[in-house]
Design a protein around this ligand. Sequence first.
Ligand SMILES: [Fe+2]
Length: 230
Amino acid sequence: MNAHSDIKASQEAKEDLYYAVHKGLRLANARMLIALGQLDPFDDDAVAATVTQLSDHIGMSMSHLTHENNEVHTIVEQRLPGAADHAGDDHEHHVEAFDELRMLAGDLVAAKDDRPLRLRKLYQRFALFVADDFRHMHEEETEIMPQIEASFSAAEITGIRERIVAGIAPEKMVLFSRAMLGAASRPERIEMVTGMKAGMPEEVFSGFMAAVLGKPWRDGDWDALEAALC
Ligand SMILES: [Fe+2]
């Protein structure tokens, strides 16, 4: 092992705060865009279900943004002034996008004959949000995370992630877990589920997995997990 590989090994030991959750958000963004594109605007039940899916999606995205603002950006700012400024500006634009999307979804539900036009406006606005969000997440992963890795210890980075997880309400954790497990590779999925199982009592774990899958899950049945989430 030379000096270069020593440095690489120490970097690899640090968690990437963005990797798994951003993969989940990318999957959820893509699924939401497809759902809006495939929606029949005159099917009342489908419109109601898709608007609920959008509301959940905005709620999850808003939580993620709040976690980053409160637990990541404030800490980064203390040690690296200015490093998170651009990401913070993006977050403000995201909040504006969420307000517009909620308004456009309300317009769709309230509309009568012009529902196709209302749906198209909602679909187009959501697509623009996704485009912004994909670019924004890439910037966080390639510009902010390397600065965090260079300036914070592995224990400090793990502490940031633990504070974020501790602050997530159970119903939001179900949404995040669905997206993150669905977006992960099988080895990553097994590692995540094994980690969750180790971190909670057996009955809590069973209940949590049933909430994530929408039905009870038998430990280690990875095919059933993937059939439900992937
Ligand atoms: Fe962000």
